[in-house]
Design a binder for this molecule. Structure first.
Ligand SMILES: [Zn+2]
Length: 206
């Protein structure tokens, strides 16, 4: 089995180095990107949409030149395990999704997709085995046209300096930056000693 220009083993290694571990969701995502690419012309500029923030964006970033950072990958977090690769100017593209009817034949993949078992009880080995067996047969495919105007990044005005925190922010956000307006996920305190901190052993969401 190949995933784009990689063997499955090479792809799993790449997943490990980007994602931290060989997450089955990213491996499935790789199959999905590969399937979408097979239905698109080799030439052309393609952008991507992921319908979930979990795992799939990493598969897209590993296998295409679309990243969240360069703006060619848009994550619309509607929670479906699906992605679309589309032609930049026309919006015409291919949407690949996990088809529950097809997944039915692979019980461990079904357990994973529908979260039927707590993560601790998942049989990772069996899951990976079924992913290898199933390949892209668990996927459905659709021709779609992306509503490009919905994905346009809105211009948020000139960049100005916030009178409260003194940092730069888009002026259309208001008199002070959004962080100073309270949309701030942390409390700033003394610089803590974070040396030695790691994600090892942490519960992952995928
Ligand atoms: Zn501010």
């Amino acid at each position: 089995m190949n995933i784009c220009s990689y063997t499955l083993e090479e792809f799993i290694e790449r997943v490990q180095s980007l994602h931290g571990f060989a997450a089955p969701g990213v491996v499935i995502g790789g199959l999905m990107v590969d399937l979408a690419k097979q239905h698109l012309p080799e030439e052309g500029l393609f952008n991507a949409v992921s319908e979930t923030a979990k795992c799939l964006p990493d598969a897209i970033q590993l296998l295409t030149s679309c990243t969240v950072g360069n703006g060619w990958l848009t994550v619309i977090n509607i929670g479906r395990y699906a992605l679309t690769l589309y032609e930049k100017s026309s919006g015409g593209g291919i949407r690949v999704f996990l088809d529950p009817a097809k997944v039915e034949a692979w019980p461990e993949i079904k357990n994973w997709l529908f979260k039927l078992k707590p993560k601790k009880e998942q049989n990772l080995e069996l899951l990976m085995k079924q992913i290898k067996e199933a390949g892209a047969r668990i996927c459905g495919i659709q021709h779609v046209t992306v509503a490009l105007h919905l994905l346009e990044k809105k211009h948020r005005g000139d960049i100005v300096q916030c009178p409260r925190c003194n940092e730069a922010y888009p002026g259309d956000d208001g008199e002070i930056c959004l962080a100073c307006q309270g949309e701030y996920p942390y409390i700033v305190s003394e610089i803590p000693d974070i040396r030695g901190a790691s994600h090892a052993g942490e519960e992952s969401s995928c």
